[in-house]
Design a protein around this ligand. Sequence first.
Ligand code: 13P
Ligand code: MG
Ligand code: MG
Length: 366
Amino acid sequence: MAKEITISVIKADVGGLAGHSAIHPDIPEIASKCLDDAVNNGVLIDAHVAWVGDDLQLIMSHDQGVDSPVVHKLAWDTFQEASKRSAELKLCGVGQDFLSDTFNGNIRGLGPGLAEMHFEERENEAFIVWMADKTSPGAWNFPLYKIFADAFNTIGLVIKPELAQGFRFEVHNIRKRKKILLDTPIDIYNLLALIGASGIYVIKAVYTKTNEIAAVSSTDLLNLERGVHVGKEDPVCIIRAQSQFPAVGEIMEPFAMPHLVEGWERGAHFAPLMPVAQRDAHPSRSDGPPRAVALGFQLANGKLVGPRDLFDDPGYDHAREECNQIANYLRRLGPFEPSRLPMESMQYTTLPQVLDKLEERFEEIK
Ligand code: 13P
Ligand code: MG
Ligand code: MG
C-alpha cells in the first residue's frame, strides 16, 4: 500500500568554527543523537543530519504532515541542544539564527529555515536536498527555472509526455509577503520577469499541472525581521526526481554553470555558487565562495536510503574552476558594485550604520 510521507528539512546556523567557515564536529553529533531518539520514540520514521559551511540541516521523514508542531518542536529543541554546546565552545555567531527564545508551536518565523513537502511515496521515490551556505533564498531561482522550464536543460520537457505538460511555479515576493502562481510554458516570460530579481521574488514551490508537489524551498527571512544583518538566510530546497518529475541528471545539470548569488563576505557581495561534495563545504576564502551541496535519497516506506553526495563528481571540476576564476575577478572589484550588492540589498547589512554617521556631513549643492 502506498504510504503518505512528509519530508521536513529544517536548518539553522547554531555557531561556526572558525568564524562562519564551518561547523564544529560536536554539533552534528548532538543533532544526530536528538533525531535518533525521535526515530526510536516513533516521532520520526527516519532522519539524516547534514551540514554545509556553518549551517546545520535536519533532514527528517515522518507521517505527521507539514507544519507539525511535534516535528517543529523536535527541530527547535535539537537546535537549542546544539546551541548549548556552541555556547560552551564560544563558537562564532551562537544564536544568530534565532529571533525568539521561546517556541510557539511552529518554527516558521522564529529564525531557522524550513522546506517541507507531503506526498504519497511512489514505487521509485527519488529526491534531492540542496543546501547552501553564504547565500540567500533566491539562490535556487536559477536552477529551479532551468530544471522545470528550460528544455535546453531538461530534455524530458521535450521528449516525455508527462513533463511536456509543463509545471506550475509558486513565486513569493519575500519583502511584501505576496505570492503568485505561474504556469509554464505559457507564463515563462512573466516568470522570468519576476525571478530574475532573486533578492525579492523567490520560487517557493513547483507543482505538476495536476498539483503534485515537485519542489519546495526555504524562503525564511531573518534580517528583514530583525532589521539588522547578523548572517544570511542560507537556504535549502527539496526536489522530487524521476517519472513525472525531471530526472536526477536534469536536476543536477544547472550547477555545471556557476550562477551568481547574493551573500559572499558579510552577506554583502555577489559570488558564483560553487557545487561541492560535503567534505569541501567549508567556505573560507573571503568567507566563500558560497557553497552548494546536493544529497540524493531514495525513500523506502519512509526510510531514507542514502544519501549520495551528488556533487562529489569530477563532472563538476570545470564548474568549480570557473567559479574560482569568476571569484578572482569579482574580489578584485573590492567594495565596488556589482561585486558589492546594490544599495537596496545593502540596507540589510551593517552599511546603514556607516551611512547614518555620514549624514550630518552632507551639504546642499548650490
Ligand atoms: P553566515 O550567514 O553563514 O553565518 O555568514 C555570515 C557572514 O556574514 C559571513 O561573511
Ligand atoms: Mg554564521
Ligand atoms: Mg551560514
